[in-house]
Write a protein that binds this ligand. Structure first.
Ligand SMILES: [Zn+2]
Length: 449
């Protein structure tokens, strides 16, 4: 596959600005864009990824400092219009005035010329193609607003799918990426679609685009990494795509893990797009630290039997085996993960000590007891942790180590993002909830960090 860099784009607006709420009412809502923007800078910085931020004019006027911070962090700035109004409901004159004000606000904040435009709600459609002429006239060099799909609010179904010149070539168009399947363009490139579809859909779509030698254009909104933004009553058609669904069925979780196995494998694939790369980079450090702590607490491991619940690709199991455990059993409900674990175990020459089983815990583990059992990063996906804790206790003679994802921590938004992207529910815990789950537990109730 050719080495293609995909574009990460962010429509930089506050949580209430993309909800068809009239700008006159925006003053009533809590501004969260500065804090969320800083968190985004941190995440992208951590991963060494640069993005293009299409800044809403109103944001640039109200909070020029965050726009300067984005520029200082090396990100490219574009405009997202001024008032987040559907372009096809405006006249060319009104659009021109709005655009001047929006460009002016960003340019004044950073002292740089703005080159790019992303329309609110991708609202350059057949009814508003005149907007491209206005943008050209105002010196904008590229637009990325045309979505070659059919949606109730936007889309030009038969528009070109790849970057191309508009008119005399002064303006370039970068359409939002779609996946061509069975003669239809499937939207896969971000926002609600990315949250609704399983990750595999997006991934396969991106691959098919890159295989054709084309870059994918992916988009995010800041509020998608800000799970605590206020919830307000909204028309159903808007609310269903804005708030992601936590009540996703169990099968979707399994599905996600099945896919995650391939994604894990891809950590070693340097051809990955920037989005997947930045998420992996943020995560690798955390997982490593958690592994070190667990091994430390289980020491000495020599001669011990250990069970790992939710073993994934087996990293914890390999560490136990390498530290001298006599028998290690890993169980995971994702078959693809188990296949990967077996392959790695053979490569690491620990397959004589490690056994891997695909299936549900505890059913997939008929044997035991084990001297120690661990469930690290597992309860993040479990709706009824008590049943798992009880079953683990029955199979453990000495030590149990479990991790519970904290409900309040700086990384939570990153995790939320990761799970939003994967279309997978995420369960978080407070200290009080963990205490109540473990309250009748006689073996261990360690509540430290
Ligand atoms: Zn927007």
């Amino acid at each position: 596959m050719p080495d293609i860099t995909n574009a990460l784009t962010i429509d930089f607006e506050d949580w209430y600005q993309g909800l068809e709420i009239p700008p006159a009412e925006w003053g009533r809502y809590e501004h969260r864009i500065v804090a969320t923007g800083r968190r985004l800078i941190e995440i992208l910085d951590d991963a060494g990824v640069k993005a293009t931020f299409f800044v809403l004019g109103k944001v640039a006027e109200d909070h020029p400092e965050i726009v300067r911070e984005l520029a200082a962090a090396g990100h490219e700035l574009g405009t997202h219009g001024y008032s987040h109004t559907l372009i096809y409901t405006q006249t060319p004159e009104v659009f021109r005035e709005e655009m001047k004000r929006a460009l002016g606000a960003v340019e004044q904040a950073v002292g740089l010329k703005v080159k790019g435009h992303r329309a609110p709600f991708f609202s350059i459609t057949k009814r508003s193609l005149w907007a491209l002429d206005v943008l050209t006239e105002l010196g904008v060099q590229y637009d990325t607003s045309i979505f070659p799909v059919m949606n109730y609010r936007y889309g030009i179904e038969d528009a070109p799918r790849w970057p191309h010149d508009i008119g005399d070539g002064r303006l370039k168009e970068f359409p939002i990426s779609t996946w061509r399947l069975l003669g239809k363009n499937i939207p896969i490139a971000g926002g609600a679609y990315f949250r609704i579809f399983p990750y595999a859909v997006t991934r396969a779509g991106f691959r098919s685009i890159n295989r054709l030698g084309q870059p994918a254009v992916f988009y995010l909104h800041p509020w998608e990494i800000d799970p605590h933004h206020p919830r307000i009553p909204l028309p159903r058609r808007i609310a269903t795509t804005h708030y992601f669904n936590l009540k996703t069925v169990d099968t979707k979780v399994q599905h996600h893990f099945h896919l995650d196995a391939q994604r894990f494998d891809a950590i070693y694939d340097d051809r990955k797009g920037p989005v997947a790369r930045f998420i992996d980079n943020v995560w690798r450090g955390v997982v490593r630290k958690r592994l070190e702590l667990t091994v430390q607490k289980l020491e000495p491991l020599t001669g011990k039997t250990v069970l790992d619940v939710g073993c994934g690709s087996g990293r914890f199991c390999f560490a136990y085996a390498q530290q001298g455990a006599s028998r290690v059993v890993g169980v995971d409900f994702a078959e693809a993960m188990i296949d990967l674990a077996k392959r790695y175990a053979a490569e690491l020459h620990v397959d004589n000590v490690c056994e891997f089983r695909a299936g549900r815990f505890p059913e997939a583990v008929p044997d035991g007891p084990f001297e120690a059992s661990t469930a690290m990063g597992f309860f993040d996906y479990i709706e009824d942790p008590l049943a798992i804790v009880r079953a683990m206790r029955e199979k453990t003679s000495r030590t149990m180590i479990m991790s519970f994802p904290k409900a309040y921590e700086w990384r939570v938004p990153v995790r939320r993002l990761r799970f939003l992207l994967a279309g997978c529910p995420l369960f978080l815990y407070t200290r009080g909830r963990v205490a109540s789950i473990l309250k009748d537990d006689i073996i261990i109730a360690h509540l430290g960090d």
